[in-house]
Write a new protein. Structure first.
Length: 444
């Protein structure tokens, strides 16, 4: 795809080959799988995708945040090829191998925390979350977990319970836990208390301590799990003093702070981990998505005393820490570290362009994010903030037809999130932002 430098639409969208494949999809794939597009991708490189009909798109979705290092980075592809020829699988618990240890070492090196750390390498984001919660409960000998409104932590029963959004994630699955408590996140654009920052005095944080008196006791609370920027919930960015306040509560009551960096981490905000913006050291960090440029791998990283607290065999996995995924992760981390300055640069461009759009189009109620992790919240009325969910859906469809892949998110499905690969060239980024603005004009 090196000869392709910009989007190119040569058929109607979806094209004839995609439509044929869609017929097979409808015949053989469960209807319960939510789909954003009916185009079928054949090849991807950098920040570009080409479908089976020859249409080329700029990717602002990034595999739902897994492609921070770009599609098919050459060094990752080469490392994976070499590993496949040598060793694909033994199960680390049965016969260990070096790259698992090397990845664990690297993760302890790059994650925040001035204390001894240890790692569990597994397969997916929700597994990292599940193990973080298991560890916190085992370590503290307490049952209660605190999560937040608008949170997303995965799709297993525990993951769904921790996740806030009911439709479509939880409806009908009865994923509710007796030992889970939930509080409002610092969603300042839609404050649950009708207040404004900073005069609110972080009312949402104080609610947690009030809850210790009337809901669950602090001494029964094992962990608070929070995203440093909420991803699926709408790219919600808390004030810079909110996470430090959360750390203070955890310290005061002996509660484990779990930082879910699955979407906001790995360079997405211009720092390797989003929590670094707040100067906070979590007790446990979960990582996945962009850790290996699309290869399935995740990790739970935490204080050694917490990670070592369960009995031998208390944690485990069959496929977790695949040798191929581990070498891919090691190469991906290098790419992301080398591109952090570029990520910060494109973040400035993204926010500048989105702010300019906000000044022109009243449908944009809020622009938010950190670095290249940015979003537009669309509303029908700036005063009432009525969510423009149908307009947001139409915007995604219009962008696709013009050669830009985008994603919705948010409790009301009215947020456009930008998850563009961090290696994107400035020129291509601006072409994508031009398409976004052209599409906005068409839907209002």
């Amino acid at each position: 795809m090196k000869h392709l430098q910009r989007p190119r639409i040569v058929t109607e969208i979806p094209g004839p080959k995609s439509r044929e494949l869609w017929k097979l999809h409808e015949r053989y794939i469960t209807k319960s799988l939510g789909m954003d597009n009916e185009i079928f991708v054949e090849e991807a490189q950098g920040a570009l995708l080409r479908d089976v009909d020859g249409n080329v798109y700029i990717d602002f979705a990034g595999g739902i945040g897994t492609i921070n290092a770009g599609h098919c980075p050459p060094s990752v592809v080469e490392a994976a090829k070499k590993q496949v020829e040598r060793l694909i699988h033994t199960g680390y618990q049965v016969v260990p191998f070096e790259v698992y240890v090397r990845l664990a070492e690297k993760l302890c090196e790059i994650t925040p925390g001035s204390f001894e750390k240890k790692v569990l390498i597994i397969n997916s984001g929700v597994e990292a979350v599940e193990n973080a919660v298991k560890l916190a409960i085992h370590y503290t000998k307490r049952p209660i977990i605190i999560a937040f409104e608008n949170a997303f932590h995965g799709r297993t029963r525990l993951g769904m319970a921790l996740t806030s959004k009911v439709r479509p994630y939880k409806l009908g699955f009865h994923a509710y836990l007796y030992n889970l408590d939930r509080y409002p996140y610092a969603y300042c654009y839609r404050c649950r208390y009708g207040l404004e920052y900073p005069s609110c005095g972080l009312r949402c944080l104080h609610a947690i301590e009030e809850g210790f008196a009337v809901r669950y006791a602090a001494e029964e609370t094992a962990a608070i799990i929070a995203e440093p920027i909420q991803g699926e919930g709408g790219f919600i960015v808390p004030p810079d003093d909110w996470f430090p306040g959360l750390r203070k509560i955890c310290d005061e009551y002996g509660i484990v702070l779990i930082d879910d960096e699955i979407q906001a981490g790995m360079g997405r905000t211009g720092k390797m981990f989003c929590v670094e913006h707040y100067g906070v050291e979590p007790d446990i960090i979960t990582v996945a998505k962009s850790i290996a440029a699309g290869f399935p791998v995740s990790a739970t990283i935490g204080k050694a005393e917490i990670m070592d607290s369960p009995q031998r065999g208390g944690l485990g996995t069959t496929f977790g820490g695949s040798p191929v995924s581990c070498v891919a992760a090691l190469e991906t981390i290098k790419i992301i570290k080398d591109n952090l300055a570029h990520a910060q640069k494109i973040g400035v461009t993204i926010h500048k362009r989105l702010r300019e759009m906000q000044e022109k189009y009243e449908i944009i109620g809020d622009v938010r994010g950190k670095g290249p992790m940015a979003a537009l919240e669309l509303v029908r009325d700036l005063r009432t903030k009525e969510p423009a969910d149908e307009e947001t859906k139409k915007l995604v469809e219009t962008c696709t037809k013009k050669g830009l892949i985008t994603l919705r998110c948010g409790i009301y499905d009215n947020v456009i999130r930008i998850l563009v690969p961090l290696i994107i060239e400035e020129e291509l980024l601006n072409i994508g932002l031009d398409i976004l603005e052209e599409s906005l004009k068409e839907i209002i």
